[in-house]
Design a binder for this molecule. Structure first.
Ligand code: SDX
Length: 429
């Protein structure tokens, strides 16, 4: 039976259409509300507002469910590799062996940058934040690949996806080397995705870096876990920029800027800084939790809480268990991991966190793994961006290929001054 909704304004009833998604999610379609009633809705932060219909990722926040194109994240981290999951997100199906080989060879063919791009790095001060450099360099990439920045057919989309996904590693590694004043290490066509990224970062001209399979697998699983998350802030930014007709590289560059914020992808860096402060004796775990509960403290338990998950973030559960494997493999223990576990234990028993359904999110433990691998903390958001790239590409495609592809242009409720007259300067005291 089709459910109905009626909006009553004064003595007038307005029937509204109910849309039901493939997982039973229900939405009231208000696309003709203003034309029919003169009213708009108001929803700061869009907590109650669906911006679009999407077939890419499904999250059930109360149960902690996350699926990419219908496949549970737990199965993908167990059986898949990042570039296979990327293919699934971008094109909607797991690749056949032939498709996988083709995409993998495209990534290898596209791993080098145009030699002139090396000079761009000379323009950045060594103190530049990696996210600032990445956003700028992704936009600069479109200058070298004008046709791909606005792909108009499937083979151009494939080429653009492979170009972005492959070159993002080289850009990240070169920015890491520039900051350290070390020579750039070029990608090796013999290496797989993550091994190549770590090779370009940590190898030296005289000594090649060989990451252990446990380390490359852990980073690959991290990238899978970050690959998409429906309409989060940065993906919504990519979709909004794409809706103006802007090219893929510009949309991704905007997404990187949105991801950088400490409330979003910058939280993984903020978590480690918080844990370091506790470890340095600035605070203890209980004090940290108490401070996070005080509204006026301006302090939040970074890596905790989520707009959608009101249960344990399924990604955090997997990353937490991977921490032990990586630290054991590297023969190191990290006091910050013990502090993180203590914080989690205290917070999950605290009424403030229980009442607000605040649990560890994807950022709470991810930095422990990246730190163990040797990634500097200000590059943690950049690793988040590498992981999220296939999701952004998938959403850019879905936005630009959608039949109802209109420019995103929200309305507002104006609260400023009513009409008043201009006062000449000499009359203003
Ligand atoms: C990501 O959207 C996505 O999918 C994002 C992401 C993805 O994959 O793309 O999952 C990645 O961004 C994860 C989130 C990373 N950010 C952090 O860890 C920063 C710390 N978390 C918070 O800033 C916050 O929880 C957000 C930003 C994540 C969510 O903010 P909301 O949904 O706007 O929630 P809110 O600020 O309205 O909080 C509701 C209540 C408030 O208390 P009351 O006013 O009801 O008394 O919970 C409190 C908040 O003060 N609260 C916290 C808290 N998070 C929320 N209190 C202390 N510490 C926290 N971390």
């Amino acid at each position: 039976m089709n459910e109905k909704a009626v909006l009553r304004l004064g003595d007038q009833d307005y029937p509204l259409v109910i849309t039901v998604g493939s997982e039973g999610e229900k939405a009231i379609d208000i696309s003709s509300l203003r034309a029919d009633t003169g009213y708009i809705t108001l929803d700061p932060g869009f907590a109650n507002t669906g911006a679009c219909e999407s077939g890419i990722t499904f999250i059930q926040g109360d149960q902690g469910i996350l699926r990419y194109r219908g496949i549970p994240i737990e199965q993908l981290v167990q059986h898949s590799r990042f570039i296979e999951t990327a293919y699934l997100l971008i094109w909607g199906e797991l690749p056949t062996p032939k498709q996988m080989d083709h995409f993998s060879s495209l990534l290898t063919q596209n791993e080098m940058l145009h030699e002139n791009m090396k000079h761009h790095f000379e323009g950045f001060p060594w103190t530049s934040h990696p996210m600032a450099m990445l956003s700028a360099m992704i936009n600069a990439l479109s200058c070298y690949h004008p046709v791909l920045s606005a792909p108009s057919n499937p083979s151009q989309v494939e080429q653009a996806a492979a170009t972005l996904m492959s070159k993002v590693r080289t850009l990240v590694a070169f920015s890491y080397k520039m900051v350290r004043g070390e020579p750039f290490i070029y990608p090796s066509p013999k290496r797989r995705y993550v091994s190549n990224l770590l090779h370009m970062m940590f190898s030296q001209p005289e000594e090649s870096y060989e990451p252990s399979p446990v380390v490359t697998r852990a980073v690959d699983r991290l990238l899978i876990l970050h690959a998409d998350h429906e309409q989060n802030c940065s993906t919504s930014t990519v979709r909004m920029v794409a809706s103006s007709g802007a090219n893929l590289f510009a949309s991704v560059s905007a997404g990187i800027c949105a991801l950088w914020g400490p409330r979003h992808g910058g939280a993984n860096q903020a978590v480690i800084e918080m844990l370091e402060e506790i470890h340095a004796g600035g605070m203890d775990a209980r004090q940290c939790v108490e401070l996070a509960k005080k509204k006026d403290s301006g302090f939040r338990l970074m890596g905790f809480g989520h707009r959608v998950y009101k249960n344990y973030d399924p990604r955090a559960r997997i990353i937490k268990s991977d921490c032990d494997k990586v630290l054991e493999e590297l023969g190191c223990c990290d006091p910050l991991l013990e502090i993180a576990r203590e914080l989690e234990e205290i917070a999950l028993r605290d009424e403030y966190f229980i009442e607000r359904k605040l649990y560890p999110n994807v950022d709470f433990y991810s930095g422990i793994i990246l730190r163990a691998v040797g990634v500097p903390k200000n590059m943690f958001p950049v690793f988040f961006a590498i992981g999220r790239l296939p999701g952004w590409i998938a959403h850019w495609r879905e936005t630009t290929e959608s039949r109802s592809n209109r420019i995103d242009r929200p309305r507002q409720v104006y609260t400023g001054p009513n009409e008043r007259q201009y006062v000449p300067l000499e009359q203003r005291c």
